[in-house]
Design a protein around this ligand. Sequence first.
Ligand SMILES: [Zn+2]
Length: 226
Amino acid sequence: MSVIKTFQFLSKEKIEDLANDLLMRMQGTPNFPNWPGVAERAVDFLKLGMVWDKIPNQNGRPVAARIYPTQRLIEINEDIPKLQQDPGFVESTIAHEVGHWVLHINEEEADGIVEQLELPLDCVTTEQPFLCRDVGERMALSSPKTQADWVEWQAQYFASCLLMPRYKLEEARKKYDLTKWSHLYALRKDLGVTISNFTNRLQDLGWIDIPKGSKQIYLRNTGFNR
Ligand SMILES: [Zn+2]
């Protein structure tokens, strides 16, 4: 067995279950789920470390973050301006790394006493919609093609479920009007996520529709009475 698990297809349901399972395990601990900042709490709960550092480009592309499994360490790239400026992007990046930890790393191996070749899992990113950046947009633009793309997609879908679990959103839509941008902005602030992550999650759940190129938000018929 190696530190990085062999690739497997994971359904959205499976990934969401694993994110919910983590949130459930955090209940009743000092790192109980709380928003905003649930990703940092997950990091603490999983006894991972996190540092800001300089990460060199990989194949000419900036790397947003990476994780060193055997050191249980997440590095966030301090040289990416968007990570300096946008707390929602930081939150999504941290949750994405937590996703890699839960989905792609064999914890027993990472903790093993056997000396391992320390290969970090790099998360290549750019300021353009692509890997590890803003998967909602990326998914809308192109579907994952390679196994590496799928690994990134899985981590980002996990991040989305961890940061915006259904039960939190169910609570929210009882109180807010999801067709109003001002309400969406207020909600995404409470959750600590970017507006695009938030609207992508709501669209992925089939709750709202924002036609391409439009600012109009339509409520989908979900059988839910407001
Ligand atoms: Zn990644």
